[in-house]
Ligand binder design. Sequence first.
Ligand code: PLP
Length: 432
Amino acid sequence: MAQTDTPRSDALFARAQKTIPGGVNSPVRAFKSVGGTPRFITHAKGAIIHDADGKAYIDYVGSWGPMILGHQHPAVIDAVVKQAAIGMSYGAPTEAEIDMAELLCARVPHLEMVRLCSSGTEATMSALRVARGYTGRDKILKFEGCYHGHGDSLLVKAGSGLLTFGVPTSPGVPAELAALTLTATYNDLDSVRVLFDANPDSISCIIVEPVAGNMNCVPPRPGFLEGLREICTQRGALLIFDEVMTGFRVGPTCATGLYGIAPDLITLGKIIGGGLPVGAFGGRRDVMQKLAPLGPIYQAGTLSGNPLAMSAGLALLRALDDASIYASLESRTRELCSGLQASADAAGVAFTTTQVGSMFGLYFGSGPIETLAAVGACDIERFKRFFHLMLDRGVYLAPSAYEAGFVSAAHGEREIAATIDAAREAFALIAK
Ligand code: PLP
């Protein structure tokens, strides 16, 4: 059977669409922006995922980030199985939550107190509430193309699925609320200053992805994050680093440590749950002390700090406590990017890559890629063809030109070489 034959996934997708809107529980999974049938996954191990038609793929999605050590890491599986045997959730405090909070505060600079929740969306929504409650200001400033989950205030000119579906702001977000969300241009400090000048003493916070991973993978220009820190300090606003994607992905001390900036609040998710639903927000002690039950700003969750998620996350974070892992992840990713670049160059295809640690971006266009406009100027049609040619050759890339890719520690030389071989064929076909 050829790799393109997907009768089981086709049948499952048809069945799914009868009871699940669009057949998926998160829009980008639907392959809408690349066309074709999404692959229904049956199991995964290491760097490889398997679909319902018995095909194997080298996985560069990694569950959209959490699988930094690959699928089915033995320490994570062992921890989850042990915890499941003694209880799934108690709705009362556990020692594992303290272990997680202590570990996060020890590893992430400027994280003095942290509250655990169940998703990245919850983390960013709650961080905004804290920033508004602490400063007594209602407006927030975000960047066009950055995605911070699907909270109402943050679904304004967002990245990820909203970019691929061409909806700048979702219907259902009240206009009065959207008006409180100001949007600036990523990597452009002047666009931020203009908004602060026009809205004196009313902006509670700037929320930013320190590396923008939801408009593909756009690193911060030198001085951009420093500039945001300075502006926030001058104007009495809080700086929130949304590290749901970058946290423990770009390095052992997250982007906060990598770039040496002191945000007031930090949000986390993905990797800290080891593949189970999780989120966290925290930062300055005096700010976090305003949170209920200590302070008046309310936030809660039935499954917050869930024992299963804590066991998976702690096992993964402890396994990541080895500096050599990040060095080898970075060099593997560099190998991948330079191999892809060389193959594209050889085929005469205009192509650029970006990389921060084991996060990477692929673009059909020439760089530099520093803004959403530069990403949008790339050839999306070529990306779609490349995506399918790679899928046919057993390589599973993010099904969108606006998502970062992820390399895991389970991606060895063999997987990288196979990916580059597949890309060589794909680029040659695209060049025709
Ligand atoms: N923030 C960032 C930077 C993200 O990339 C995401 C999800 O991709 C979120 C927040 C939302 O997290 P979740 O999907 O767990 O709600």
